[in-house]
Design a protein around this ligand. Sequence first.
Ligand code: 5RP
Length: 235
Amino acid sequence: IRRPPRSTLSSSSAASDVYKRQDKKNLVAEAALDYIQSGDILGIGSGSTVNKFINLLGSVKNKIEACVSSSQKSTELLHKMKIPVIDLKECDRIPLYIDGADEANSHKELIKGGGGALTREKILAQSSEKFICIIDESKVVDKLGKFPLPIEVIQLAQSKISLEMIKIGGRPVYRNQFITDNGHIIIDVHDLDINEPMALEKKINHMPGVITNGIFSIRSADEILIATDSGVIKG
Ligand code: 5RP
């Protein structure tokens, strides 16, 4: 739906060079601007792709009423762009939520939380009418789980949850020197065999001490925009 300029397509080697240089995150962030309707309150995710989106949002900020942010980092950047940020409890509805992901499958289920903002991201995704996920093609997978699954955990439960993760075949790794915006720790779980994302999302979320985990299956994305070598496609 959005392609690099025609002039860059003159020869295949030149094109591939251009595409190698092409900032795919920027391209896909730009494509997401098309989804904004006048007067919208926007939900804003977190991460480097979303940062590109926030930077571009500056050029259309008169079109939107305000943003609801999923992290302190996104809030800071929005403030820098002089875009109003309001609290979730101040808005009746969020027509559109824009966020990145660490992995996405063909069912639009995601793994998120590489940046540690998964809980607030999940709250915003679930509060939004439309969730557009913006990624580059390296994030597309047949099966979720190659990216270690982030789990936000109350510190007291660290060893208990780590043992539970070992029981289900995972290899938990404490995210060193990282505290979430909510004041909790992150355990990144490697090697999980995620055959049924929704079942695993529910199972882990039921463990006492877990704030939430980074599987987004109960509330998956509505649309995925994927930046590829030949432009942005819908997943
Ligand atoms: C943060 C996230 C991000 O969306 C995810 O980590 C992708 O980030 P990036 O756009 O930097 O690749 O879930 O908690």
